[in-house]
Design a protein around this ligand. Sequence first.
Ligand SMILES: C[S@@+](CC[C@H](N)C(=O)[O-])C[C@H]1O[C@@H](n2cnc3c(N)ncnc32)[C@H](O)[C@@H]1O
Length: 254
Amino acid sequence: MGEEPWTTVGPRKRRTRRGTTPKPAVAIPAPAPAPSAPSPPSPADIDRLLTTLTALRASFRTSAFGRALLAHATHALSRHGGAASAAVCVGLGSAARAEASLRRRSLAQLACFLEVASAAGVGGAGRVVQDPAFSAADEALFGALGVRVVRAPRAREWVARGGAVLFAPFLDGAVLLRDVLPGVDPLLYVGCGDLAEMRYQPFPGSDVEQMRAVASEFMAGRTEIKITKEFEPDKYIFAGLSLYVRSIEDDEET
Ligand SMILES: C[S@@+](CC[C@H](N)C(=O)[O-])C[C@H]1O[C@@H](n2cnc3c(N)ncnc32)[C@H](O)[C@@H]1O
């Protein structure tokens, strides 16, 4: 297994002079088979994902992490009339990955996103997701949920319209600061903790000082609420996420 198939091409049959050595057979690799297209997701696959997602939404609502996050989010949103214009998720990862623990991780984060969107009064295609890792199965899952899938970098436009909720579960800091956060002002942001103090690995050619400036600008007038409670079914899925809300003084000015 794993070895390339080989075709052996022999020398043309011809008389050889006595004393001369016949040329050895030359082995050339057979052309590689054309890559087969991944088989489309079956309705049964999508049903299985939906069933797991429904169970994870229920677990999320009753978990210590979920209750704390939803309580803080609802409280913060109540200062803005209780509803958001859109809910945007960037960097979920594929919920249809082959590896079961990673699949469950993305499904649990999707459950969190849908619960936060619901708490913010956002449903249907006002829920927007973006991740280049999404597969056809993810797209079918989002289609069944009525969630809008956009290609990078379109998600940022939804946040930039104002009044949105942004969820970026463990999105690389450099992508967050280069492609998502510049110039946006979401009502709520759920993402990696310690945004103000993080040290970023710059992309080649990117300006780390500029990224730090984006982080500082984003944090000005915003308060970080660390959610230290656990998601009991798997404490590692959300560990390290914080909720960032507009500071109260900032709200009072608006
Ligand atoms: C560190 S992984 C986190 C995945 C998942 N949230 C988790 O916690 O397991 C970062 C994710 O960000 C995605 N990503 C990278 N660039 C992105 C972009 N421009 N827009 C959206 N997602 C992006 C990657 O495909 C990957 O799924």
